[in-house]
Design a protein around this ligand. Structure first.
Ligand code: GLN
Ligand code: ZN
Length: 755
């Protein structure tokens, strides 16, 4: 086989040691200036280009780097910055750096753009705002600057732009304008950008159109062809990149676009290859996304090679490109420094740098690399076939293990009697302020500067103090405050078998924010109780019910890197089983209320509607597996921090949690109408204090929210609580807000008693 062309779609921006994060934060705090920030940014970009060149990648991207977010850059590029940022466009990142960051981060005079998840990843982008008054005046300065900077290193890059249709679809209309009507103006701006690139010497461009893997309305499907016909008039080879799933019913549209190449994701959707090979017109190249850009595992060459062979068989080697499935933005930079991993894990990992090597080995069919890879995977399969206690336990489960023996209607009175709760019980979501002191004690303990005993003593004092304050405030169901937890997933991962933690496995979440997801690499198992010690201690300090606090199975899965050798559902069930054992232990320790947080349940929703049902089915089952072995008197709570429930309301009801708390202060209880419409039977705590704002809600404000809630709910259904955990708040505002919340609940109770 001859050597195939290799390409990369994008490289992580932050740097191995999060250099960009620190440079940004130092700039924002005023410690360093614009030149310092840009120097760090340029150095990272340069290093990453050279690294890709050394890896032997033939098509290297530029403009994949961003100081904050690629969608924000795209808005600047086409001059589509919202009116409230002034009439003129930002005018190049350099010239308008301050305003560029204001759009992302808020300033006194300029509220930030909304942020939302980039498809089904944990990356968040800034949502473009469409309005009739937009000028769309192209400003190619930064794209051209990036292209030229790479060329000065001897690298002729393929600039990356968000495709125009994906850009329009990801934005939101702020004045009722139909985004599609902006397409002609937007295309004119894109043409100007492409022209500037041609003038700078570019011969290729990558236009990302991941919206092609989603359900598209017919009017959007229809414009793809004409839009690209306009862009294709520029003397540039355009590759349209699709990723994160199968093209499905958009395959024909994608295959026949009037462009020179198409990239498809064969990791998420290998089954689309044959249909694509049949549909692809002659002359067009096909870029095969065969190295997983979304996960951290080594590629099995035999599997990837069979896809390559099929493509080469039909298209010939000239028309096939080998690439990662999507931009490598979603994986950490380099595994080289990972020296603290459990045995055997290092060999299994592949971060961005390793993935580029894999692309090269695949393109060259490197015999030595292939032999080593095959031997390795044979051994893995042998190990995977060994019996596992967890898998045996899961195999023994029956239907009854997934539901509570009594229905909610029977459980509710038993719980009310056992817990002695008033109407409209008050509670909080779990965490209380993680003050500077809490964080510095934990850091000192981690560094070995204070011993276990001293740290435990500190945590006991913090917990006891938190309970005293809650009693003084008059809350009905107390929490221990979560002072012992750094992060709601990491805390559990550290105590469960099957989880590993990396040193540098950072992934950008948004702006300068990075996360270091735990790595689930083996069967999940709970060697011993995880939270019982703290819940028991907390319960011993009060006669009020103490709520046990756990992170749910779906959320633990969603916020980790997960195995790719077994289905996600199976890993989730393993986690659920561990939580089930924990919940049983909590119950035995005298905890009568247990909350299982699932803030990530909704974000796990697949991109295609046709796949919702299968996902929700196992997600709900996992929650029920975790929570259904308790006595009817034991009250199960869940919490979710979002308000858009419409699509998943039946699934929320199917969780059969006795109480659900969720965000709703900002939306003024709008979601309760949906709950009412669908006849949601169990108890609900719609948040009455927007904890993302620093202001203290007045008693009247809470009172009127509760009145609103009672328009949709029965009195016995309503709980009173904030929107979310209080970890990021300070004590004074926390106490003031909760005091008003409790007072409002009492006032409403009195009014109800008079009726
Ligand atoms: N129990 C968690 C807390 O209060 C819930 C966090 C969340 O909803 N993301 O912090
Ligand atoms: Zn929350």
């Amino acid at each position: 086989m001859s050597v195939l062309t290799t390409a990369n779609l994008g490289f992580p921006r932050m740097g191995l040691h999060r250099e960009l994060k620190f440079a940004l934060e130092s700039f924002w705090s005023g410690k360093t200036g614009e030149d310092d920030l840009l120097a760090v940014a340029r150095d990272l970009r340069r290093r990453h280009w050279l690294l890709q060149q050394q890896a032997g990648i033939s098509i290297i991207p530029s403009n994949d780097f961003s100081l904050y977010d690629q969608l924000l850059d795209a808005m600047v590029l086409v001059g589509a910055t919202p009116a409230r940022y002034g009439d003129s466009h930002v005018g190049g990142v350099r010239a308008g750096l301050r305003r560029y960051f204001d759009m992302a981060r808020n300033s006194a005079e300029q509220p930030a753009l909304e942020m939302t998840k980039w498809f089904d990843t944990n990356y968040h982008y800034l949502v473009p705002e469409w309005s009739a008054g937009l000028h769309f005046q192209a400003d190619p300065t930064s794209v051209v600057e990036a292209f030229e900077a790479a060329r000065s290193l001897g690298i002729t890059t393929r600039p990356v732009l968000i495709g125009p249709i994906t850009l329009l679809l990801l934005g939101k209309s702020v004045d009722g304008i139909e985004p599609l009507s902006l397409l002609p103006k937007l295309l004119t701006a894109y043409e100007a950008v492409l022209r500037a690139l041609v003038e700078a010497g570019a011969t290729q461009v990558q236009l990302d159109e991941p919206m092609l893997v989603t359900d598209l309305a017919p009017e959007w499907k229809r414009v793809y062809d004409t839009a690209y016909a306009v862009l294709a008039m520029q003397p540039l080879q355009i590759t349209v990149a699709t990723y994160f799933g199968t093209l499905g019913d958009n395959l024909e549209v994608a295959a026949t676009l009037p462009v020179s190449g198409l990239h498809i994701d064969l990791v998420r959707a290998p089954e689309q290859l044959d249909a694509m090979l049949a549909a692809l017109p002659p002359e067009k190249t096909l870029s095969l996304g065969i190295v997983d850009g979304r996960n951290i595992w080594r590629t099995e060459y035999a599997v990837a090679k069979s896809l390559i062979d099929r493509a080469v068989g039909v298209l010939g080697s000239q028309r096939v490109v080998v690439a990662p499935s999507c931009s490598l933005l979603h994986v950490p930079v380099d595994k080289t420094g990972e020296d603290k991993l459990p045995k055997g894990l290092f060999e299994r990992l592949s971060f961005a740098v390793q993935k580029l090597d894999e692309v090269r080995y695949l393109a060259t069919a490197d015999a030595q690399a292939f032999a080593a890879n095959a031997a390795y995977f044979d051994e893995q399969r042998r190990l995977a076939a060994e019996p596992s206690l967890v898998r045996e336990k899961l195999a023994r489960l029956s239907e009854t293990d997934f539901s509570r023996p009594q229905a909610y209607a029977e459980r509710a009175p038993l719980q009310r009697a056992a817990l002695h709760l008033p109407l409209l019980p008050t509670t909080t979501i779990g965490s209380f302020p993680q003050t500077q002191e809490v964080r510095s004690r934990r850091a000192a303990w981690r560094k070995g500067q204070i011993d276990d005993a001293a740290y435990e003593k500190f945590l006991e004092e913090a917990t006891a103090d938190c309970i005293r304050r809650q009693e003084e405030l008059g809350l009905d169901v107390l929490v221990h405050g979560e002072f012992e937890r750094n992060d709601m997933v990491e805390y559990f991962g550290e105590q469960l078998d099957g989880f590993a933690f990396t040193r540098n496995g950072w992934v950008q979440s948004y702006g300068s924010r990075c996360v270091k997801p735990p790595v689930i690499y083996a069967d999940v198992h709970r060697p011993e109780p995880m939270t019982v010690r703290w819940s028991k201690f907390a319960q011993s300090r009060t006669s009020k019910p103490m709520k046990g606090m756990l992170t749910g199975p779906v959320t633990i899965l969603q916020w980790s890197f997960v195995r790719n050798d077994i289905p996600e559902s199976e890993t989730t069930f393993q986690i659920a089983l561990a939580l089930r054992e924990e919940i049983e232990d909590l119950e035995r320790a005298g905890i009568g209320v247990i909350q299982v947080d699932e803030p990530a349940l909704r974000e796990g929703l697949p991109l295609r509607k046709s796949e919702y049902a299968a996902y929700l089915d196992w997600a709900v089952k996992a929650f029920r597996l975790a929570t259904s072995s308790v006595k009817p008197e034991t009250q199960v709570h869940t919490h979710m921090c979002y308000a858009e429930f419409e699509t998943i309301l039946p699934a929320i009801a199917a969780l059969d949690a006795d109480v659900i708390s969720m965000e709703s202060a900002r939306s003024k209880m709008a979601l309760l109408r949906d709950f009412k419409a669908q006849g949601y039977p169990n108890e609900i705590g719609p948040g009455v204090w927007d904890i993302h704002a620093t202001r203290v809600p007045s008693q009247d404000e809470v009172h009127s929210l509760l009145d609103m809630a009672l328009e949709s709910l029965r009195t016995e259904q309503l709980w009173v609580n904030p929107d979310c955990g209080l970890k990021t708040r300070q004590w004074p505002e926390t106490e003031a807000s909760l005091r008003n919340m409790v007072a409002a609940a009492k006032a409403v109770r009195e009014e109800l008693a008079k009726k």
